[in-house]
Design a protein around this ligand. Structure first.
Ligand code: NAD
Ligand code: UFG
Length: 338
């Protein structure tokens, strides 16, 4: 199968490129490197021994995308390209709505022109909002989001669903990711956040490697066994393999389908701190701070549908997550920037 990965040089896209190539599929990537580096794709090629066709373009640029899609005519598009920092989205809402919505509309318009019908989309567990109680099922109503980033995912899901409603020859697969973490086991590719990390695992990794002094745990007074929030941390290679199954599904089925990609197992912030300390061989220094605005106490998936329909389930646990994140961080302490 020929695939086109928008945003494929990014964290999840680069790992998915590896999984796709290893499953025998062809991969082309389009990225503007807003939050990534072409070095990630060079390393994908190094891991797999296979070539990736790489285009530098803005996915919202219709002329550029028309040319790229005409050249590739992919069987399936996986749409990762987007801005993803929750806090930044509150400060820069128009940039988030413009980029995330425009890329999706441009893709859909070009797909229609060229008769391309299959798309897999990177959505997020954030669309379940604050009022649903975990485990989250795909059948639950979408909730109220707490930030513009979340609303862009909510809206992109709706736009894609409406596009399918108007053209039943389309196949739309909406993947709701839980908390993607870890790195490829080679240590060659991983998450490379710019500036101070917003997310837990990259922050812990940078404390472990000595780039930051200590982690601040955002609140220990939640109604959980150790007082810290619980999440469904999923190894990025498990997530990547879920995309292979989703893309294969998309070419064989028509319709709109939603799948949670999670493990179904919640772990607390302090569980992850402990597991990372075990993986890197020294304890992670942390302090307890106040709660972070907008955090939900608990979020984890019911992952039955992906298992039953796609034949996919997460295989790696938090020990592999921390081992692989540590390998990436310790061998690339400055990320791709070295
Ligand atoms: P990332 O920032 O590493 O990757 C996104 C990629 O898209 C980057 O390479 C960036 O340069 C590119 N990009 C952004 N706007 C573009 C544009 N207009 N044209 C071309 N390229 C563009 O992020 P990621 O963690 O790999 O996330 C991939 C997708 O998954 C995003 O849509 C994100 O919102 C979604 N997602 C991520 C998480 C997470 O925790 N990482 C959770 C849920 C959903
Ligand atoms: N945390 C800390 N200290 C930190 C960073 C995070 O204690 O320095 C805690 C948070 O309070 C939270 C947990 O670690 O309890 C996980 O936080 P992350 O920022 O890693 O992840 P979130 O669950 O908040 O958010 C992630 C993605 C969002 C997505 C959301 C739901 O970053 O893009 O999952 O899918 F919207």
């Amino acid at each position: 199968m020929k695939t086109l990965l928008t945003g494929g040089a990014g964290y999840i896209g680069s790992h998915t490129a590896v999984a796709m190539l290893e499953a025998g599929h062809e991969v082309a990537v389009v990225d503007n490197y807003y939050n990534s580096s072409p070095e990630a794709i060079r390393r994908v090629e190094q891991i797999t021994g296979k070539a990736v066709t790489l285009y530098e373009a803005d996915v919202a640029d219709k002329d550029a995308m028309r040319k790229i899609l005409k050249a590739e005519m992919p069987d399936c598009i996986i749409h990762f390209a987007g801005l993803k920092a929750v806090g930044e989205s509150v400060a820069k809402p128009t940039e988030y709505y413009r980029n995330n919505i425009d890329t999706t509309l441009t893709l859909l318009e070009c797909m229609k022109e060229l008769g391309l019908s299959n798309i897999v989309f990177s959505s997020s567990a954030t669309v379940y909002g604050e009022d649903n109680i975990p485990p989250f099922y795909e059948t639950m109503p979408k909730g109220v989001c707490t930030n513009p980033y979340g609303w862009t995912k909510w809206m992109q899901e709706q736009i894609l669903r409406d596009a399918w409603y108007a053209d039943k020859e389309m196949s739309v697969v909406l993947l709701r990711y839980f908390n993607p973490v870890g790195a490829h086991e080679s240590g060659l590719i991983g998450e490379d956040p710019q500036g101070i990390p917003n997310n837990l695992m990259p922050y812990i990794s940078q404390v472990a490697v000595g780039r930051r002094d200590h982690l601040t745990v955002f609140g220990d007074d939640y109604d959980t066994p150790d007082g810290t929030c619980r999440r469904d941390y999923i190894h990025v290679m498990d997530l990547a393999e879920g995309h292979v199954k989703a893309a294969e599904y998309s070419v064989e089925h028509r319709g709109t389908e939603v799948f949670n990609l999670g493990t179904g197992n919640p772990y607390s912030v302090l569980d992850m701190v402990k597991a990372f300390g075990d993986a890197c061989g020294h304890p992670i220094k942390y302090e307890i701070g106040p709660r972070r605005a907008g955090d939900v106490q608990d979020s984890w998936a019911n992952a039955d549908k992906a298992r039953e329909v796609l034949g996919w389930e997460a295989k790696r646990g938090i020990d592999e997550i921390c081992r692989d994140a540590w390998k990436w961080q310790s061998t690339n302490p400055q990320g791709y920037g070295e």
